[in-house]
Design a binder for this molecule. Structure first.
Ligand SMILES: [Zn+2]
Length: 312
C-alpha cells in the first residue's frame, strides 16, 4: 500500500501580498525537501481535481461561498487583492486554488476509502481549519478537512470519523462546523492564549482540543497525546482519520512559541497511524494547514510523510 501526494499548480498562484507568510513558496519548499530527502519516488503523485460548489456547501453557507467566488479580482489585475480580514485576502487565483485545495482532500478521501492507497497527504493552500461555516479568516477560505470529513460521512456512508489537528493554532473553524456532531471526534492542541483566542470556553463533548502554554516542548505534547488523545480516539473507534497538519508549532517557526521538532511530528504521526491501523483500516487523509518557516516546514512534512509511507 502506498501514500498519495496530492497538489496542484493553482495552489501556488493564490497569494496575499509579497510580505505574507502564507505564501506560494511553502509548497515549493515541501517539494524541494521531498526531492532532496529522496522520498519523492516512493509517493503516488496526483493532481488535485477541483471541488464543486455542492462539495463546499456541505459545510459552508451559500454566502460564504459567494463571497469568495465573486470577490476575486480579475486575472488582468494579477497583483490586486481583495481583503477579507486584516490578514486574509483574495487574488485573481484564490477561488481556483480554494477549489483545488478542497478537491485534493475530497479526492484523497475517495482514493483512501476505495483502497487505491492506504493514506494521503494534500500539499495544498489556502489552508482551512480557521474557516467556519459562515466566515473566511486566518488565511483560510474553505475548511478542506471539514469538507472531506463531511464527504466521508454523507456521501461515502462512514459512521464515525476523527479529526486530529496538530497545528499550533486552535482549529476554530472545524470546531464550529462539527461541535456536537456525534459522528465526529476532534482532538488537537493549541498554544493558549493565542490567535484565534477560542477553544477553551465550554467546548462540546466531541471536541478535545487542549490548550498548551507558550514555550512548551515536545515532552508536554507527548504527554497530552498519550494521556488524552489516544484513549479518546480508541474509545471512539473512528472508521477514518483526517489530519489538520500544521507545522507552525515547530521550534524554528516564528509564528508561535512552541518547541516541536521533526522527530515530534514523526512520533505524533506514528501514534495516529497505530490508531488508524487498529480501527480504521489504516485510512488517513492529512491536509497541510500552517507552517511558515520554509526550511522547518519542508523537513517536518518529510518526517510526517516518511511515517505515513512506512519509510521509517
Ligand atoms: Zn496555524
Amino acid at each position: 500500500m502506498t501514500t498519495a501526494f496530492y497538489t496542484h499548480d493553482d495552489c501556488k498562484r493564490h497569494e496575499m501580498g509579497s510580505w505574507h507568510p502564507e505564501c506560494p513558496q511553502r509548497l515549493q519548499a515541501i517539494e524541494d525537501q521531498l526531492i532532496s530527502s529522496r522520498i519523492s519516488d516512493y509517493l503516488d503523485h496526483r493532481d488535485a481535481p477541483a471541488a464543486t460548489e455542492a462539495d463546499l456547501a456541505r459545510v459552508h453557507s451559500a454566502d460564504a461561498i459567494y463571497r469568495i467566488r465573486e470577490n476575486c479580482p480579475s486575472e488582468r489585475s494579477e497583483y490586486d487583492h481583495f481583503p477579507l480580514d486584516s490578514d486574509t485576502a483574495l487574488n485573481a487565483y484564490s477561488w481556483r486554488a480554494s477549489l483545488r485545495a478542497a478537491g485534493a482532500a475530497l479526492a484523497a478521501t475517495d482514493a483512501v476509502i476505495d483502497g487505491e492507497v492506504e493514506n494521503a497527504f494534500c500539499s495544498v493552500r489556502p489552508p482551512g481549519h480557521h474557516a467556519t461555516r459562515k466566515e473566511a479568516m486566518g488565511f483560510c477560505f474553505f475548511n478542506n478537512v471539514a469538507i472531506a470529513a463531511s464527504h466521508a460521512l454523507e456521501v461515502r456512508g462512514l459512521k464515525r470519523v476523527a479529526i486530529v489537528d496538530f497545528d499550533v493554532h486552535h482549529g476554530n473553524g472545524t470546531e464550529d462546523i462539527f461541535a456536537n456532531d456525534e459522528r465526529v471526534l476532534m482532538v488537537g492542541f493549541f498554544q493558549h492564549p493565542f490567535y484565534p483566542f477560542s477553544g477553551t470556553d465550554k467546548p462540546a463533548r466531541n471536541m478535545l482540543n487542549i490548550p498548551v502554554a507558550a514555550h512548551s516542548y515536545g515532552d508536554a505534547i507527548h504527554t497530552l497525546v498519550t494521556k488524552q488523545w489516544l484513549p479518546a480516539l480508541r474509545a471512539f473507534r473512528p472508521e477514518m482519520i483526517f489530519i489538520s497538519a500544521g507545522f507552525d508549532a515547530h521550534r524554528e517557526d516564528d509564528m508561535a512559541q512552541l518547541g516541536l521538532v521533526e522527530a515530534d511530528y514523526a512520533w505524533i504521526t506514528r501514534q495516529i497511524m497505530d490508531v488508524a491501523r487498529e480501527f480504521s483500516q489504516g485510512r488517513i487523509v492529512s491536509c497541510l494547514e500552517g507552517g511558515y518557516n520554509l526550511s522547518a516546514l519542508g523537513r517536518s512534512v518529510v518526517a510526517h510523510l516518511k511515517v505515513l509511507a512506512d519509510l521509517e
